[in-house]
Design a protein around this ligand. Structure first.
Ligand SMILES: [Zn+2]
Length: 218
C-alpha cells in the first residue's frame, strides 16, 4: 500500500483526538501532505467512520488540483476536505493539519473574536493574538477563504461557531499546537470569569515572538 507509514500515523493521531479529548466522538479530522503516483496531494481521514475502526486503506488520498467529486475512490474523504486542500495550496510550510471541535476552543469560537495576548503562549500560533475566522457553512469555499485570512502569519486559528484548526511541519507538531490552543482557550475562559484580563503589550509580544522563533530554530 502506498504511503503506509503516513496512513498509520493518521490513524494513530485520530485515536489521540479521542483519548486527549481534543475532539470527542467523530468530530475533527487530520491530514498529511504527500505525493501519490507523482501527484501532489494529501492523505485525509475518511467521512463517517469511527476512529477505532480505521484501517490504512480507509485513509483517502486527495490530489491538490482535484475536487472530491472527481476522485475515484470507494472511501469518501472527510466532508471538511476543502479547507485542508486550501491550506496546503496557500501555506507552503504546512505539512500536516489537525482540525478539532475541542470543547474550550469551540466555546471561545462562538464569540467570534480573536484571543488577545493574556498569556505569552499565544505566540506559539505565530502572532500577537489568535484570530477567529468568520463563520461560513462547513465544507464551503467561503469557509476556506475565511480560514486562510485568519491564518495570515499564523499556524492556528479559531473558526467561528465551529472549532479550531492548526498546522505544522509534521503531524506531531500540528497536533501539539492544537492541544496548546485548546489549553489556552481553557485558561482564557477561566480568566474571563474574573472580568476582562490584563493583556501583554504589543512590544512585549514582539519580544516573545522573536524568542519563540529563535527557540524553534535553535
Ligand atoms: Zn469541523
Amino acid at each position: 500500500m502506498k504511503n503506509l507509514d503516513q496512513r498509520n500515523q493518521i490513524i494513530e493521531y485520530s485515536l489521540k483526538l479521542n483519548s486527549t479529548n481534543l475532539s470527542p466522538l467523530r468530530s475533527g479530522n487530520i491530514s498529511i501532505r504527500t505525493k501519490e503516483d507523482e501527484k501532489d496531494g494529501y492523505l485525509i481521514t475518511p467521512s463517517g467512520k469511527k476512529y477505532e475502526t480505521l484501517k490504512p486503506e480507509d485513509i483517502v488520498f486527495m490530489s491538490l488540483n482535484e475536487n472530491a467529486e472527481n476522485e475515484v475512490s470507494s472511501n469518501k474523504p472527510s466532508s471538511e476536505w476543502r479547507f485542508h486542500r486550501d491550506i496546503y495550496l496557500n501555506k507552503k510550510e504546512a505539512q500536516a493539519i489537525v482540525h478539532a471541535h475541542s470543547p474550550h476552543a469551540t466555546a471561545v469560537s462562538s464569540h467570534g473574536k480573536a484571543i488577545p495576548p493574556f498569556h505569552y503562549m499565544i505566540a506559539l500560533a505565530g502572532g500577537e493574538d489568535i484570530k477567529c475566522s468568520e463563520y461560513a457553512t462547513f465544507g464551503t469555499h467561503e469557509l476556506s477563504m475565511n480560514i486562510i485570512k485568519a491564518l495570515t502569519d499564523r499556524k492556528a486559528c479559531l473558526m467561528s461557531n465551529h472549532g479550531q484548526v492548526a498546522f505544522g511541519e509534521n503531524l506531531s507538531k500540528a497536533f501539539e499546537l492544537a492541544q496548546e490552543v485548546e489549553n489556552i482557550c481553557h485558561q482564557y475562559i477561566i480568566a474571563l470569569k474574573m472580568g476582562e484580563p490584563k493583556n501583554l503589550s504589543l512590544s512585549e509580544m514582539k519580544k516573545i515572538l522573536e524568542k519563540v522563533k529563535n527557540y524553534k530554530s535553535g
